[in-house]
Design a binder for this molecule. Structure first.
Ligand SMILES: [Zn+2]
Length: 112
């Protein structure tokens, strides 16, 4: 299994944090929960396990792809067992934008 995105959402302040590298310890706005470990491992700091919603993505689950569908020009989550769909969709859209940005950068570089 490899980690694609190491992220949690605080259920108290609703802040979404992402640990992007192995020693990247990121606290939410209210400081109740934190994510650490980047793409190496998922480490969580919390008071109660219900303090946060897991937002991480890894490559172990085929369903991670099949539950997302394109309907018209929109991304739609079909049959996801839990979590906040609006937050998940927002994250997916953000990732698509990031990918588009990276592709643009690459194209600019190859043009030079
Ligand atoms: Zn918080």
């Amino acid at each position: 299994m490899s980690i694609i995105k190491n992220s949690i959402r605080c259920n108290i302040c609703k802040d979404v944090v992402e640990s992007t590298h192995v020693h990247d310890y990121v606290k939410c706005k209210c400081g109740r929960v934190a994510a650490d470990g980047g793409r190496e491992y998922l480490r969580r700091s919390f008071t109660l396990p219900t303090d946060y919603e897991e937002m991480s993505i890894d490559d172990s689950c085929d369903d991670a792809v099949s539950f997302i569908r394109v309907v018209g020009e929109e991304l739609v989550i079909a049959g996801y067992p839990g979590g906040d769909r609006a937050v998940i969709l927002a994250n997916i859209r953000k990732m698509i934008k990031e990918l588009a940005k990276l592709k643009n950068k690459k194209q600019k570089r190859t043009k030079k």
